[in-house]
Design a protein around this ligand. Structure first.
Ligand code: 5GP
Length: 137
């Protein structure tokens, strides 16, 4: 059983901000910015590509509500919504979750968003063709 299932089962404590029959939102124990909230389904799915569409739809709807609540309740100036898949992508807990992170003017946080360039337009087109191919079948 993963740590989020233990939170769902109340085997370990968490500071819950929202709950319904199939979804839970609680404070991340290691916030990137204070107020950082996690939104999870009560049933474990992982990764995003194995998660049913209706579950994903519910998770993003609740994430939207949490984002609005961070703006209204915390006075956030913006919000990052992030979802990691796989260790290589920074995922630690193998139970799908959306990070909803409130952002404040002057919060001092900077993502390491180092934009790269393609060697040439043909390289971009080659990769696009492979993704299009992946969309079929
Ligand atoms: P990931 O890296 O898998 O996308 O994110 C996992 C998140 O879960 C991390 O931001 C981490 O701080 C949070 N986390 C890990 N263990 C616990 C816990 O026991 N309680 C809470 N509330 N958050 C946790």
């Amino acid at each position: 059983m993963n740590i989020f299932e233990k939170i769902v089962n109340r085997e370990i404590p968490a500071t819950i901000v929202y709950e319904d029959e199939d979804t839970l939102a609680f404070m991340d124990i290691g916030p990137i910015i204070k107020g950082h909230t996690l939104v999870i389904p009560k049933t474990c799915y992982d990764p995003v590509t194995e998660t049913p569409d209706d579950v994903l739809a519910k998770l993003i709807q609740i994430s939207k509500r949490i984002a609005a609540a961070q703006i209204k309740g915390l006075g956030a100036d913006g919000v990052n919504i992030i979802q990691n898949n796989g260790k290589v992508a920074g995922q630690e807990v193998p139970h799908i979750h959306f990070h909803v992170i409130p952002r404040f003017a002057g919060d001092g946080h900077h993502w390491n968003w180092a934009a790269k360039t393609y060697d040439d337009p043909a390289e971009m087109e080659r990769l696009a063709a492979k993704i299009r191919e992946g969309l079929t079948g």
